[in-house]
Design a protein around this ligand. Structure first.
Ligand code: AVJ
Length: 333
């Protein structure tokens, strides 16, 4: 398989470690306190996330997968891409519905998975090469920023960039603008961007997705999301010689109807101080004080369509499920 696989390692570990330290310190010194959402994803956290995706309450993964299963071939035939780039590819599970189409049509494809975890990328790439004989893989272990910058420096042929799972919802508005501009820069006119978004409002006459459905997706009965949230503190302990006591924090996820976003918090169950030795940082927490760990924005089709077209990405086709809970937007530059 040697010639069919390449992996670029584009992480500047020194710079990342410095940024990480800086971001943790400034987040925990802020009022209200916060921790960047990327701290969910150490090895344990990535496993818990895979479990979340399979939960009965967590509808986004299942819904998006069913849309891809139904329209994968149509998307391939429309885009005619030679290179498929995936931002945040993880285990590439849902992507297989697109890769299946290429295999069935017997079309060659360059697949460019991008992920922050080198081990995840390696394992997934090796599995895919066995399953898809017509595939060539050139993966990148990188941040989105770095990978997108590099993509704008070369071109293999008609390109489609995909960003699934409504991960775009984790960016605040400023981060989102930056990200979308980078995506646009990595595309040539005629290329495509396929974006998965979790919807909060749908077209008439379906009405709104109930808030209970949204909140249940982040407060599952088995407590997997709670464990995922709390694991962030363990990750900080491991990484920065910290002494967070996980028993003294509680998971909370609420839907903010004004901002149209899920907000995940860790709530301090006591008045306590926590030390992160290698950051030379001590913080004080009041009883019931909240640390914000994630926002997960929800979208409506019309505003997202307008937003994308302002960034040179014109909506070509919208795919959705029968309840219109999730949207897959195919845009062309
Ligand atoms: C992978 C960012 C889309 O926001 O729904 C799942 C992460 N957090 N449960 C999301 C997540 C809590 C997920 N994204």
């Amino acid at each position: 398989v040697g010639k069919r696989l390449g992996i670029d390692y584009l992480l500047d570990i020194k710079a990342i470690e410095q940024d990480d330290a800086k971001d943790v310190i400034s987040g925990l010194k802020n009022n209200p306190k916060s921790i960047p959402a990327r701290y969910f994803y150490d090895q344990k956290g990535s496993q818990l996330f895979e479990q979340i995706c399979a939960l009965p309450e967590y509808y986004p993964t299942r819904t998006e997968a069913s849309i891809l299963e139904e329209y994968g071939v149509e998307i391939i035939e429309l885009t005619k891409a030679i290179e498929l780039v995936e931002l945040g590819s993880g285990s590439s599970t849902k992507t297989r519905f697109l890769l299946d189409g290429y295999r069935d049509l017997d079309s060659p494809l360059y697949y460019t998975p991008i992920d922050f975890s080198g081990s995840m990328l390696q394992t997934t790439a090796n599995n895919l090469l066995e399953e898809y004989p017509q595939l060539k893989i050139q993966g990148k272990v990188a941040t989105y920023d770095r990978a997108l910058k590099q993509l704008s420096t070369y071109y293999l042929g008609k390109r489609t960039i995909i960003f699934l799972g409504s991960s775009i919802g984790n960016f605040d508005k400023k981060e989102c603008d930056r990200f979308i501009q980078r995506v646009t820069n990595a595309l040539k006119p005629g290329d495509y961007f396929l974006l998965g978004i979790d919807l909060y409002a749908q077209r008439y006459p379906l009405g709104q997705k109930p808030v209970e459905i949204l909140e249940a997706a982040y407060n599952d009965a088995q407590g997997i999301t709670a464990a995922f949230n709390l694991n962030m503190l363990q990750h900080l302990n491991d990484r920065f010689q910290g002494n967070f006591n996980l028993d003294l924090f509680k998971h909370e996820a609420i839907y903010n109807t004004e901002q149209n976003q899920i907000e995940m918090y860790l709530i301090s169950q006591a008045s306590q101080s926590v030390n992160l030795k290698s950051l030379d940082l001590t913080i004080e927490l009041k009883q019931e004080e909240k640390i914000l760990t994630e926002i997960s924005r929800k979208f409506d089709l019309q505003s997202m369509k307008e937003y994308l077209s302002k960034n040179q990405l014109n909506l070509v086709q919208t795919y959705s499920d029968s309840q219109q809970w999730f949207g897959l937007l195919l845009c062309q530059k």
